[in-house]
Design a protein around this ligand. Sequence first.
Ligand SMILES: [Zn+2]
Length: 285
Amino acid sequence: MGPTDVPLAVWIGISALFGLVIGSFLNVVIHRWPRGESIVFPGSHCGSCDAPVRPYDNIPVVSYLLLGGKCRSCGQSFSVRYPAVELLTGVLFAMACVVDGPSLKLVFDCLFIAMVIPLVFIDADVRLLPSAITVPGLAFAFVSALVVPKLVGMSPKIGGGGFALGLGASPDWYVSLVNAAAGATLGGGLLFVLGVAYEVVRKREGMGLGDVSMMCFVGAYLGWELTLLTILLASIVGSVVGVAAARGRRIDEFQVPFGVFLGIGAIISLLAGTRILAWYLGLMN
Ligand SMILES: [Zn+2]
């Protein structure tokens, strides 16, 4: 009995459950990393009365609903963001399973999602993108490129990236590694240039090295073409949200956590990027 004998719906359910559990762990990372606390020890405890969260009160989403979002000991309300992050991770893992099916690619894509989510929330909270995630993430992206070759944007046909780089006769794993290197260079390089341009125009620092290293990691994972799409999507979403949030205020006062939008763009590109590109190229022809 192989993985294809089990209905896809079952795999989607399993992926969602994994996502809920991983999401619960990501909450710990998101909450503790900015405070410099260990993500392993001590176990979860109430931020108000310090009572440890019992294992049966630590079931993703379910416990939150059963306890009405309150601590069992002191009745302090927990943020709705805890179950929201769990649910988000579960939904994204399930969507990745719909796209990938049960495969090694699914495992890598879920790990990628599990690294992007804390980047998004930590950047939103404290305007930092931890290199503790982005640097190992870059290494992870290259391993992934080698194990599950990524060839989006690397077609050996005329006009494709593989053709332009003279890789028409190269093995997939090699083309995939070149794609990862190109994505990292393009992603990090573009963010660096954008950061410098912002500083020159606004006379203040906008995007930091965190954004550059995040896009090296994301770029290496997605390859050059989906990296361009990620930055485009991030700019669109960021502009819309930025304009909405800056209404009635001087725009300078609104410091945009661009990593949030890069993360949203990266996950859209991961799950729907090839369809978006195909749709766009269809419009052109
Ligand atoms: Zn409590």
